[in-house]
Design a protein around this ligand. Structure first.
Ligand code: FAD
Ligand code: SIN
Length: 545
């Protein structure tokens, strides 16, 4: 089956839905494909909030400086400026949709209750209790479900992107000859998870909004959808990918055998939470003058160092000195969830550990969200726009998704008026693939990747650990390739293949960086490379799949 639309949007988080909303209001026919329920996205789990300048004492300059400082010399200043300056309008669009951020109580001079997080010099984080992301999703999905020209297809997983080059390669079976200037994205092959059929979607504009890839690590704050599909798909068709070594580890996830991935928001430290060793002593003052509110990479590394030094399994986040009524009111979701696991944060310090949280690198884009392949846009966590550099400032991610989703929809308008390549796209060919009776291969490979990525490519790295990881990836790639061509395609298989590609890209980027900068820390190169100007780690695949 083949479907034609103006814009094919892959994903349904804040970036995808911001794009879809704006494009549909411009009269474009938009199809959104998303691999689980539409509401299942990293966005829905966001707790802390969205950063943007509101109060008169705060300023765009201060938000810009905080973002640049966190980014450790690798942010693109022009992108930081545009995102910060367009922030208030992005927040206003959400408010206009009916998203309800917490209002200030008892202070008539300010409308909203802004919170603070690490690395921010002001309170500038809009939030909806401690479930900001769920509230944002509610507002966006409600608006889109009423839109006439938007179709949301749930349980549809994009398998591969289609480009002029790729189609030529498929047709001739001998690679491609198309010059880069004539290459164009044509759409994607998408698996309907319910029927098992792979459909062809053709569109002059394709938008990757597939979110992050932190499931490539054993311990992560991310839900299961975060398998890096967008980066892997873009990589396979030759788009540039950059800075994949910069993986942000969130310092505080709940430590409990049954609490899968539950985040304890940085906003708790923003409101006065203290990090302590199990013996009750504080340690952050020995690592950074901002103590608990130091940038996230420093806090995560400090905890990692403490855990390795003491042999303890967790450190403590102590909130017990704060007003119990305030804690229950300000953090209802975290309070309730901790209680379910037997921790009352009003009276007992919370056991916490770091976990993989956010990928700063991704598909390289320009200031409008367009990748290096014409007609292919990448917005949100999947993209590398230059906003985050080597380390993302807390609560800048939702902001980036909202700003770039909107910007990309504006920029993409020029494609609808153009003449489009007439390349005939062949229907998906399942070849000789049959349903596999050895699905254990998928879970085995998946577990292996996540464990060696955690142990060898985690918070602290070394050349030898990276080499070990690279060798394992080479073996697994071979095994997965073989399995992929013989087994009927399923979502699990697609995700495994992508996860392995993402692991490879992270390791390749990490091996190229011979310094420690931002989120990338190597014991072999513990300082900044001082003799060279800061540079991105850019990778591009020249040969065609
Ligand atoms: P997502 O919201 O992750 O959406 C990706 C979508 O793509 C999903 O719908 C997914 O199903 C779909 N998808 C993926 N692959 C495919 C495929 N192959 N085919 C079809 N669909 C696909 N950031 C902040 O700024 N503030 C916060 O307070 C904050 N808190 C966070 C708390 C947690 C627990 C987590 C995990 C993250 C948090 N972040 C926060 C980060 C932020 O939530 C994400 O970076 C952001 O939501 C990403 O938005 P997105 O639209 O790019 O992707
Ligand atoms: C948090 O609430 O700590 C997460 C904020 C973020 O990742 O930006």
């Amino acid at each position: 089956m083949s479907t034609q639309c103006d814009a094919l949007v892959i994903g349904s988080g804040i970036a995808a839905l911001s794009y879809a909303l704006h494009a549909s209001r411009n009269g474009r026919k938009v199809v959104v494909v998303t691999k689980r329920d539409a509401s299942e996205a990293n966005t829905a789990y966001a707790q802390g909030g969205i950063a943007s300048v509101l109060e008169p004492e705060d300023s765009f300059e201060a938000h810009i400086e905080d973002t640049l400082r966190a980014g450790a010399g690798l942010c693109r200043r022009s992108v930081v400026e545009l995102v910060v300056r367009e922030g208030p309008a992005a927040i206003q669009r959400l408010i206009d949709l009916g998203v309800e951020f917490d209002r200030a109580e008892g202070d008539a001079s300010v409308e909203y209750d802004l919170t603070r997080e690490g690395g921010h010099s002001f309170r500038r984080v809009y939030h909806a209790g401690d479930i900001t992301g769920a509230e944002v999703m509610r507002g966006l999905l409600a608006a889109l479900r009423g839109a006439e020209n938007v179709e949301i297809l749930e349980h549809h997983t994009a398998v591969d992107l289609l480009t002029v080059r790729k189609v030529e390669g498929l047709r001739t079976g001998r690679g491609h000859q198309t010059p880069a200037a004539e290459n164009r994205c044509l759409g994607a092959y998408v698996l309907d998870d319910t029927t098992g059929q792979v459909h062809t979607f053709r569109a002059p504009v394709t938008v990757l909004a597939t979110g992050g890839a932190s499931k490539v690590y054993l311990y992560t704050s991310n839900p299961d959808i975060a398998t890096g599909d967008g980066v892997a798909m873009a990589w396979r068709v030759g788009a540039e990918v950059a800075n994949m070594e910069f993986i942000q580890f969130h310092p505080t996830c709940l430590f409990h055998p049954q609490a899968k991935s539950f985040l304890i928001s940085e906003a708790l430290r923003g409101e006065g939470g203290l990090l302590k060793r199990k013996d009750g002593t504080r340690f952050m003052e020995t690592y950074h003058p901002l103590k608990e509110l130091a940038p996230r990479d420093i806090v995560a590394r400090a905890i990692d160092t403490e855990l390795k030094r003491t042999g303890d399994e967790f450190v403590l986040l102590d909130m017990t000195h704060l007003d119990p009524a305030f804690l229950a009111r300000r953090f209802p979701n975290i309070h309730e969830t901790c209680l379910e696991f037997g921790v009352d944060m009003r009276t007992t310090p919370i056991p916490v550990v770091p976990a993989a949280h956010y990928v700063c690198g991704g598909v390289v884009t320009d200031e409008h969200g367009e990748s290096t392949i014409p007609g292919l846009f990448a917005v949100g966590e999947v993209a590398c726009t230059g906003l985050h550099g080597a380390n993302r400032l807390a609560s800048n991610s939702l902001l980036e998704g909202a700003v770039f989703g909107h910007r990309a929809a504006t920029a993409a308008e020029r494609y609808y008026a153009m003449t489009h390549p007439t390349a005939t796209v062949p229907e998906w060919d399942p070849g000789s693939a049959v349903p596999s009776d050895e699905l254990v291969v998928i879970s085995q490979c998946w577990d292996e990747i996540r464990r060696f990525m955690w142990n060898y490519v985690g918070i602290v790295r070394s050349d030898r650990r990276l080499q070990r990881a690279q060798r394992r990836i080479a073996t697994l790639e071979e095994e997965i390739r073989e399995f992929y061509w013989h087994a009927t395609v399923t979502r699990d298989l697609i995700e495994l293949r992508n996860l392995c590609t993402v692991a490879d890209l992270i390791v390749r980027c990490a091996r190229q960086r011979r310094e420690s900068r931002g989120l990338h820390y190597s014991i072999d190169y513990p300082t900044l490379e001082k003799n060279e100007p800061p540079r991105d780690t850019v990778l591009a695949r020249r040969e065609l799949v």
